[in-house]
Design a protein around this ligand. Structure first.
Ligand SMILES: Cc1cc2nc3c(=O)[nH]c(=O)nc-3n(C[C@H](O)[C@H](O)[C@H](O)COP(=O)(O)OP(=O)(O)OC[C@H]3O[C@@H](n4cnc5c(N)ncnc54)[C@H](O)[C@@H]3O)c2cc1C
Length: 535
């Protein structure tokens, strides 16, 4: 059996960061175990390629939710990254820190050290944002941040239409999380910037080992102390020992799954599958939160959309040449250009809706060619969702078989507040699109179409068409309540030498997009580990 000081499970947005920060110290040996492969496929690196990878099981865990009761029983496809960099290697690259007041709520909810001012040094450390001289932005970090990769007439008019509807123009929403702004992307020189860059920088260190295409099945315990993991590589089961700590960073679906398979979770649920409970922790897999995004789609008279380059070989070739020579244009983004963080009601202290323009339209968001539903005309979509959803779901093992996918219940729209806010959001989108600044570029509203007008019909449209924004969090929630799984040091209750460090620890939704906070969790988590080691 091999021995390491630290074993980290999952090389995603958080795990890659934890590994690299510990390895850099050169004092401790680290094994990073990742189920996916390396990320050298061109479509993982060219931003527009996201459409090609999301349905490819080579790069993703292709999960589906259970039939969702409030979505007319639809089951929603939930891809997650299964590759170096995890979901940061397959995501939409929209770069958002989030709302400071939400992090302050984390701190004030019994999580000392997690307020925005305390997290700001990590937000700065992780990023390379050369365009900004603002003291609160970072330069030289592993994640490159760019903006203005593609600026076209339609997006500019959408920006103006948001202003005309009351949104404040904002040239850096990562300083002030409010108003309308051109998106910032985790893209550097036209190439995706994922957390695999953290791994690249430590590859040659002697105290570092990485196992790819290797899936962790269980944590090995001595009493309640985590002492190693059991994992499968090339169909061979292996055991490896951790002298110091085991860190789960397998993401919001697989971190709770590994805990449950290891006997940490709701004791009754575990017993029902023949698993002997090691510690009764009913919050494992609960509190699942995600953004349900509903898109209204339009036909435009401007040929500036992704539809135009995918439907027309000549335009496609021009876009490719522009990308090769200038590293910008439609191929340097996933499709979204502008977002507006807005209030559903002017009397609110903080905005509660995110509206975003995507220069693509089709039957659904995975439609990237005509055969599978991409619209044949120049089309675009405006998506909206409540930023801080109240609905909650769960994810739990289906059996004690490690190869079984978990049972995921997203719980979309199960809370009435989300249903009301979704309808308000759809009305807000229509208000924006009725402004003269943009209406001249619209041929028609394609979906749902102007015949859908009353609240019930709009809600039904969301139930029929709403989709995940891929922002699942909170399934191993941090806090001090009965349903919390880790404390503010990210240590799993009832165990020793075991932490969860990934997006599943978020106490609630802090933002409209979850990648940057997941990286910050990795940065802070590494500091917590090192603080203990160096005591
Ligand atoms: C399609 C998609 C689009 C998104 N778009 C955006 C966006 O534009 N902007 C934004 O801010 N956020 C976006 N997100 C969300 C964001 O990327 C995630 O919230 C974030 O990456 C979560 O980080 P994580 O470390 O918790 O999990 P992940 O990054 O998913 O990492 C988990 C890692 O653990 C590995 N793993 C899992 N189980 C095991 C096991 N048993 N053994 C070994 N390894 C294992 C996985 O393969 C993976 O590499 C998107 C997500 C997806 C899926």
């Amino acid at each position: 059996m091999d021995y390491f000081d630290y074993i980290i499970v999952g090389a995603g947005s958080s795990g890659a960061v934890v590994a690299s920060r510990i390895v850099e110290k050169k004092k401790y040996s680290v094994l990073l175990i990742e189920a996916g492969d390396i990320n050298n496929h061109p479509w993982l690196n060219i931003p527009i390629g996201v459409g090609k990878i999301l349905t490819n099981p080579k790069f993703v865990w292709n999960y589906n939710t259970e039939p969702e009761p409030e979505l007319f029983g639809r089951s929603i496809y939930w891809p997650r990254g299964k590759v170096l960099g995890g979901s940061s290697s397959i995501n939409g690259m929209v770069y958002v820190r989030g709302a400071p007041h939400r992090y302050d709520q984390w701190r004030d909810g019994n999580n000392p050290g997690w307020g925005f001012e305390e997290l700001l040094p990590y937000f700065k450390k992780l990023e390379d944002r050369p365009e900004s001289d603002n003291k609160d932005r970072g330069k030289g970090g592993p994640i490159g941040v760019s903006s203005g990769n593609y600026q076209d007439k339609l997006s500019s008019s959408f920006y103006q239409a948001c202003v005309d509807t009351g949104a404040e123009p904002n040239d850096d929403y990562n300083i002030k999380f409010e108003g309308v702004g051109w998106l910032q992307y985790s893209v550097k020189n036209g190439i995706r910037s994922s957390t695999s860059s953290y791994i690249k920088s430590i590859r040659k260190y002697k105290n570092f080992q990485i196992e790819i295409k290797s899936e962790v099945e269980k944590i090995i315990f001595d009493g309640n102390k985590a002492i190693g993991v059991l994992y499968k590589s090339n169909n061979i089961l292996k055991k490896v020992t951790a002298n110091a700590e085991v860190i789960l960073a397998a993401g919001p679906i697989n971190s709770p799954k590994i805990l449950e398979l290891s006997g940490i979770g709701d004791a009754n649920l575990l017993k029902s599958f023949g698993i002997k409970p090691k510690h009764n922790l009913p919050g494992v897999g609960e509190n699942l939160t995600d953004h349900l995004q509903t898109r209204i789609t339009y036909e435009t008279n401007l040929k500036v959309t992704v539809n135009d380059i995918l439907n027309n070989k000549f335009r496609g070739a021009l876009s490719l040449l522009r990308y090769i020579f200038k590293r910008d244009g439609l191929m340097s983004i996933a499709s979204a250009t502008v977002q507006s963080i807005m209030k559903s009601d002017p009397s609110l202290t903080h905005p509660d809706l995110k509206v975003q323009l995507m220069l693509i339209s089709g039957q659904n968001r995975y439609a990237r060619n005509k055969k599978i539903g991409l619209d044949s005309f120049p089309g675009f979509s405006v998506g909206v969702f409540p930023i801080y959803p109240s609905s909650r779901g769960s994810t739990h093992i289906k059996s004690k078989k490690t190869s079984d996918s978990p049972v995921i219940k997203a719980g979309y729209l199960s809370d009435e507040k989300d249903r009301n806010l979704t309808v308000k959001g759809l009305r807000l989108v229509r208000k924006i699109m009725s402004q003269s600044s943009i209406s001249k570029y619209i041929v028609r509203e394609v979906r749902p179409g102007q015949n859908i007008q009353d609240d019930r019909e709009l809600l039904n449209y969301a139930r029929q068409n709403g989709q995940t924004s891929w922002h699942a969090i909170s399934t191993c929630r941090m806090g001090k309540n009965k349903m919390d799984v880790v404390n503010h040091n990210l240590e799993v209750y009832g165990t020793q030498n075991l932490r969860v460090i990934d997006s599943s620890i978020m106490p609630n939704m802090p933002t409209s997009n979850t990648n940057v906070p997941s990286i910050v969790i990795g940065e802070k988590g590494a500091d917590l580990i090192l603080a203990r080691a160096e005591k």
